[in-house]
Design a protein around this ligand. Structure first.
Ligand code: CP3
Length: 345
């Protein structure tokens, strides 16, 4: 069993730096695109056999140190009453965005076994198929990032409506975030019980907030969601992007999150981030995924820079700082993985 990812999460010594890539299953792989020609996104997610096939595609193709279950952060919202569509070429669209107190009050908080049984079954099946080859990561969206999609109705640039609700109607905001924290906590716990060996919480858009707004409106709910895992012996990765201002200026906020691993993006240097966060937490990151479109020499130089900054300290998990992009050359991905495994800084 390759356990260097789990060992690094616990800051134990490893034979070489473990690497996995956010969005490692996806459109940059021909195998994935071929399946997507036959099935819609939600069909892939709702069929455990297909979800496992996609989960394993990058594991078969590359020497990765962890698998991540194929799903998405948004489908769990459907059980709350959200009408979600992955529209062609547009990304996710929510047809009934949440705008009022009554909208929030109408949201249900169902149990994962009721509303996402397919993902729990996919986790059980994937564990069986992986047969200990590499560990399996489960995941969920964090309450803030989920709230932003629910309120905006899709992706957003300025989060006008999200922040509008947050500032103008804090009581409704807190009601919404409490419901999301309960949904996410239950979902993560169900994934762990189904066999997920680590979990990552994606707070992809938390970087649009000032540190004090993050502290006041968001952090308590991230903590509430993760409290569901308090009795589980499973590594938790807290991930966000654009949060250098928090990492550098208010690292104690991120350290309040009950997670043993913190994921950072490339907008902050890994050594500076780790020094600020403290060496008693593991760190994941942080190559700019756009670097993977450059030539081999640039990729190796930039990967070496990340590894040099980690200084061989136990507790570094190599990753991109945000999901790998469609169009990324697969040969470059393979070369990056070999380079990281071969690194003896
Ligand atoms: O990492 C993995 O390989 C596991 C699968 C995974 C997906 N989405 C599959 C997916 C994970 C972990 C996610 C997380 C996710 N989804 C996030 C957080 C991470 C991040 O990138 O910030 C967010 C914000 C979403 C919401 C989402 N899903 C968007 C905005 C989009 C459309 C744009 C895009 O990036 O593709 C999706 C669709 C989606 N989720 C695809 C995949 C493979 C593409 C679907 C397709 O067209 O085939």
């Amino acid at each position: 069993m390759n356990d260097r990812f789990l060992r690094a999460c616990r800051r134990e010594p490893v034979d070489c730096t473990p690497i996995w890539l956010m969005r490692q299953a996806g459109r940059y792989m021909a195998e994935y695109r071929a399946l997507r020609e036959r099935y819609a996104m939600l069909e892939l997610i709702r069929s455990p056999e297909l979800a496992v096939e996609v989960t394993l595609q990058p594991i078969k193709r590359f020497d990765l140190d962890a698998a991540i279950i194929f799903a998405d952060i948004l489908p769990p919202l459907i059980g709350m009453g959200i009408d979600l569509e992955f529209a062609k070429g547009e990304g996710p669209v929510i047809h009934n965005p949440i705008r009022s107190r009554a909208d929030v009050e109408a949201l249900r908080v169902p149990q994962a076994a009721e509303h996402v049984p397919f993902t729990l079954e996919a986790i059980r099946l994937a564990r069986r198929e992986l047969d200990g080859k590499v560990p399996l990561i489960g995941f969920a969206g964090a309450p803030f990032t989920l709230a932003s999609y629910m309120i905006e109705g899709g992706s957003s640039r300025n989060y006008l409506l999200t922040k509008g609700l947050m500032y103008d109607d804090p009581a409704t905001w807190h009601l919404l975030m409490d419901k999301l924290a309960r949904l996410v906590g239950d979902y993560l716990l169900a994934q762990v019980r189904a066999g997920a060996q680590a979990v990552q919480l994606f707070d992809s858009w938390a970087g649009c907030l000032s540190p004090s707004d993050y502290q006041q409106y968001v952090l308590p709910y991230t903590c509430q969601a993760l409290a569901a895992l308090a009795d589980e012996d499973v590594p938790v990765i807290q991930f966000s992007t654009g949060t250098a201002g928090i990492v550098l200026g208010a690292p104690q906020l991120l350290r309040q999150v009950p997670a043993g691993v913190i994921g950072v993006d490339w907008r902050v240097d890994l050594d500076v981030a780790w020094e600020r966060l403290g060496y008693d937490v593991a760190i994941q990151g942080n190559l700019d995924p756009v670097v993977l479109f450059a030539g081999r020499e640039v990729v190796e130089r930039q990967a070496a820079d990340v590894l040099t900054r980690a200084r061989g300290r136990p507790g570094h998990i190599f990753n991109v700082g945000h999901g790998i992009l469609p169009g990324t050359p697969v040969d470059t991905v393979a070369a990056l993985i070999d380079f990281v495994h071969g690194w003896r800084g």
